[in-house]
Write a protein that binds this ligand. Structure first.
Ligand code: IMP
Ligand code: MG
Length: 180
């Protein structure tokens, strides 16, 4: 285990199993449709790739980069679009994908922006859901794991750009961010 990790919360095997389950569920719910995944980089890259492979329907991928966090572990609430989607999503079924839903600000803001482009539908999926931290009552349509109020990294999730390549989801030792 990486020395900066306090505890492994979700193992690689548990992630793989849950992603397959979500893929099956989405395949059923979107049967007969094509989906445009709007993937929030960089955190959701690992999850979205595996999830799209677990979906047995046509999936297109679009990417966005938004920033609100900086290198801190708390959301600032203000959001800057650094990379926007390239395709027209009007009339399309959109699935917005993120690594984690925390305060709910990211999903709420991006969903509103995408809605202005008139998709046929828009749903949200997050790998992790920290419900205890929600400030706006936003609920993801699908989520992989309910997790406690701890700062987690791995499988795409980062702290200051690091730890994304850990194959599990682990709680970061608070001493790591206390140093910053
Ligand atoms: P929200 O806007 O507060 O819901 O936060 C969502 C974003 O915050 C995610 O896209 C992550 O980048 C980041 N985030 C929130 N909690 C964590 C965490 O525990 N580890 C890593 N990133 C997190
Ligand atoms: Mg993020």
């Amino acid at each position: 285990m990486n020395e900066d990790i306090k505890k492994i919360l979700v193992s690689k095997e548990q992630i793989q199993k849950r992603v397959q389950e979500l893929g099956k569920q989405l395949t059923k719910d979107y049967a007969g449709k094509k989906v445009v995944m709007v993937v929030l980089l960089k955190g959701a890259a690992h999850f979205a790739t595996d999830l799209s492979e677990a979906m047995d329907i046509p999936v297109r991928m679009e990417f966005m980069v938004v920033s609100s966090y900086g290198n801190s572990t708390q959301t600032s609430g203000c959001m800057i679009i650094r990379l926007d989607i390239q395709d027209n999503i009007a009339g399309k079924d959109v699935l917005l994908v993120d690594d984690i839903i925390d305060s709910g600000m990211t999903f709420a803001n991006i969903k509103k922006m995408l809605q202005a482009k008139h998709p046929a539908s828009i749903k949200t999926v997050a790998l992790c859901d920290k419900k205890a931290r929600r400030t706006n009552g936003f609920n993801a349509d699908y989520s992989g794991f309910q997790i406690p109020d701890e700062f987690v990294v791995g499988y795409g999730l980062d702290y200051a750009g690091e730890y994304r390549n850990l194959p599990y989801i682990g709680i970061l030792k608070p001493s790591v961010y206390a140093r910053a």
